[in-house]
Ligand binder design. Sequence first.
Ligand code: SAM
Length: 299
Amino acid sequence: MERDAVSGPGTGLSIEPGTLYVVATPIGHRDDISARAVALLSHVDVVAAEDTRHTGRLLSMLGLAVAQVSLHEHNERDRVPVLVERLKQGEAIALVSDAGTPGISDPGYPLVAAAHAAGIRVVPVPGPTAMVAALSASGQPTDRFVFEGFLPARAGTRQERLRNLATEPRTLVFYESGHRVVAALADLAQAFGDDRPATLARELTKVHETIRCTTLGALAQCVADDADQRRGEIVLVVAGAPESATVASEERLREVLDALLPELAPSRAAAVAARLTGTSRRAAYRAALDRAERDDPEA
Ligand code: SAM
């Protein structure tokens, strides 16, 4: 199907046929949608939406009548090839999720990957994402950070994940839900220490927006004591481990491995050392192999 590019009103942009637009939408405040996003949504052939009823409300608030097709984690496998075919036929498609940037702890990645694999142009239309909004207002260092998404729901798996992150020197960003934030903050304080600086960013851009910048211990106490602080959507931004903690932990790992390696195989020594020092198994194994090789270069 031959299609012409369409110009978006007032944006100086054109909507290209056969292109996948990845469009960010508000995370709360309805005015946080860009003029470019509105122009694109009004001109694409179809909007691939995580929840068509939810996106329908956004589109009708913007006064737009656009065809939608649902694309969520339960139908992605079947829908992606159909959408790629439509793109190949020359349709312009906008991918949106319920809130924020598609693909960021939301559906979207498989369609984007499949579009690239099929040689289709993918164009980001940037806008809100809770992770960057929280980080930017957190007061924690923003020059280097890691986004960890949602922590595992199961306590044991979550605690193991956090032990592995305890010496991460970059700022850490986590998504959390109100009903798990008490457990998550208790585990964070346990793994990283009560005194680690941290920010709780809740209901960003909404009426009850709260940004509380203190320590993990104080935040754990605050959400345990005050049910209001558990309501709504939450991002936790945690300062990275101080340099001294990373160095001390590496030294401790070396000491433990020195004691274990004469007695145990590297994999076993690494597993025990990881448990004793809170280092990740992978890092402990790498260190164990390095030390085993240093002690016996012929091995
Ligand atoms: N795609 C979204 C984005 O770009 O941020 C994230 C979707 S994810 C399913 C939902 C999680 O994002 C929530 O549980 C919360 O952790 C975070 N979140 C979304 N909106 C938020 C807001 N207004 N304030 C705080 N956190 C928010």
